[in-house]
Ligand binder design. Structure first.
Ligand code: MG
Length: 369
């Protein structure tokens, strides 16, 4: 089988409500998603999606994906999309780094492999460990009471794992947010306080040590792995690293230096399903829990996320985030479904989706045939 052409689409995802991160430092109202279709000489088309969370938060942006795919398309056309490791090596040779550009291309090749073999992606990624996987909420920075109300809203819909965005410049307000959210949580609830790199180590140590409640996890409290290593040595709560995890080497360092007890594995950040699978397997071998996620997107990337989460051993699969909960743009039918705070996928081959090409509009880039 050979790749004959690549089509690129741009889709705006207006958020249902403005979303604040990091103590109000960052506000988002719309995401810029890029959807790719890879066509083959076997008549199979695979789909993938890449969507950074906003333009100014990550070292990634929507226009960058589209410019990168234009650059990479000549290297991919004529290659066999079923040979995933070779495809990734081709991408890394043609353009070092820039993993977020490669994730939608890798995802589309996995979709082709699934359609070609007649197997759903979860089967190709390791097999299904449970019928459905837990989702976690995503609670924007707000007043302490506003965040309590938002978590209650999710809890009423079955969510037991919550991700609350903290990390303002005001340490006292963060301590109050954490105190009120934990006080309002029933037994069995777990809350991730996602700091999005906002604290210095001194602030992280002060805030984290303000509570003894072991249901609190702290995600990416500081900017760097080394800063979080300092925090690890002076605190007792579970730490999750997501934004500092971009390469396999980062993961090895995080584990070797005991920086974290869980990771946030985001497809766009690490370069796609192929590399995320390698990291998932390392975590399973070495004892790290995993949140399987992407950096943003719609039904296409959310469905890929749920396939990988289903193929992760239950005790390692902590929770997943579906970005589609924040907007109303349905780019594909037949993808993941959710109920009571849990999600699953169908047994259809590949991603198992039918893309709504009318939602995508005309392609903004067409390469090859
Ligand atoms: Mg995070």
């Amino acid at each position: 089988m050979k790749i004959t052409g690549i089509r690129v689409y741009q889709v705006d995802l207006p958020l249902n409500k403005p979303y604040w991160l990091s103590g109000g430092r960052l506000k988002f109202e719309k995401l810029d998603s890029t959807i790719v279709a890879i066509d083959t000489d076997a008549g199979i088309t695979g789909w993938g999606e890449g969507c950074p969370w906003g333009e100014t938060y990550l070292p990634a942006f929507g226009g960058g994906i589209r410019a990168g795919v234009k650059l990479l398309a000549p290297a991919l056309i004529g290659q066999n999309p079923l040979h995933l490791n070779q495809i990734n090596r081709t991408l890394d040779t043609a353009l070092p780094g820039h993993p977020y550009i490669k994730s939608p291309l890798d995802m589309a090749c996995w979709d082709i492999l699934g359609q070609h073999t007649g197997l759903p992606l979860y089967a190709l990624l390791g097999g299904k460990y449970q019928d459905d996987v837990p989702l976690h909420s995503s609670v924007s920075t707000d007043t302490p009471q506003g965040m309590v109300d938002n978590v209650r809203h999710y809890r009423e819909r079955g969510y037991k794992i919550h991700s609350a965005k903290v990390g303002g410049s005001d340490v006292d307000t963060d301590i109050e947010r954490i105190r009120m959210l934990l006080a309002d949580s029933p037994p069995g609830d777990v809350i991730t306080f996602d700091v999005n790199r906002a604290w210095l180590p001194s602030e992280a140590v002060t805030v984290m040590n303000s509570t003894a409640d072991k249901r609190a996890f702290f995600e990416q409290p500081c900017e760097t792995i080394d800063q979080m290593r300092q925090v690890r040595e002076l605190t007792h709560h579970n730490i999750i690293v997501d934004e500092s995890l971009k390469t396999f080497e980062d993961l090895v360092l995080i584990q070797r230096y005991n920086v974290a007890q869980a990771i946030g594995l985001k497809l766009g950040r690490v370069g796609g399903l192929t590399k995320a699978k390698q990291m998932r397997d390392f975590c399973v071998e070495t004892g790290l829990k995993i949140n399987v996620e992407d950096t943003g997107g719609s039904a296409i990337s959310d469905t890929a996320v749920i396939h990988l989460a289903l193929a992760t051993p239950v005790e390692f699969d902590r929770a997943s985030w579906d970005c589609s909960q924040h907007h109303s743009v349905l780019t594909a039918e037949g993808g993941y479904t959710k109920a009571d705070g849990r999600a699953t996928v169908s047994d259809r081959p590949g991603l198992g989706i039918t893309v709504n090409e009318s939602v995508l509009g005309d392609p903004v880039g067409v390469y090859g045939a």
